[in-house]
Design a protein around this ligand. Sequence first.
Ligand SMILES: [Fe+2]
Ligand SMILES: [Fe+2]
Length: 168
Amino acid sequence: MAKQDDKRDALQMLAADHRKVEDLFEKFESARGGAARSKIVRQICEELTIHAMIEEQVFYPAVRDAVEDDMLDEAQVEHDSAKALILSLREADPGDEFYEAKVSVLKEQVEHHVYEEERQRGSLFAQVRKADVDLVAIGQEMAALKRQLQEQAKSGSLPPPDMVALRS
Ligand SMILES: [Fe+2]
Ligand SMILES: [Fe+2]
C-alpha cells in the first residue's frame, strides 16, 4: 500500500482512497451479521479519518491559493459533518437504533463530497489540475503522513477525528 502511494501523485492517491471507501460501503450493504457489518464500519471510519487528516493537513493547505475561495471552506464543513457521524458510529453497535441510518447518511455525504472533489464541473481536482502546483511533491508529503497514521491505526492509537469548522 505505502509503496503504491509513493508512485502516485496527490490526486491519484486521493482518488484511490475514494474508491476504497466506496467499495467498503458496497461491502457493508451485502454483509450479513453484526460482527461483519461492524468490522466494515470500523474500517470505513478509520479510512475516512485518515483521509480527512491528509486532506486537511497537507492537500487543502497546499492547493488553497489555486482554487476558488469558498470551495475548501465548504469541503471542511462537509468533512466535519461526516466526522460527527463517524464519532457517533465509533461508539455504536449494529443492533443500535439509527445504526443503519447513520451508515447510510454517511455514505450519501461521502458520495456528495467525492462528487464535488472529483467529478462535478469545475471540481476541486479539475481546478488543481489547471494550477501550477507540484502534485508529486504534495503526494509524497501525503504518503508520509498516511504511513504514520496507518501505523497509529494498527496500534490502536489513531485519535478520533477532530472538528475544525464545527468546533463547539
Ligand atoms: Fe477526498
Ligand atoms: Fe475531502
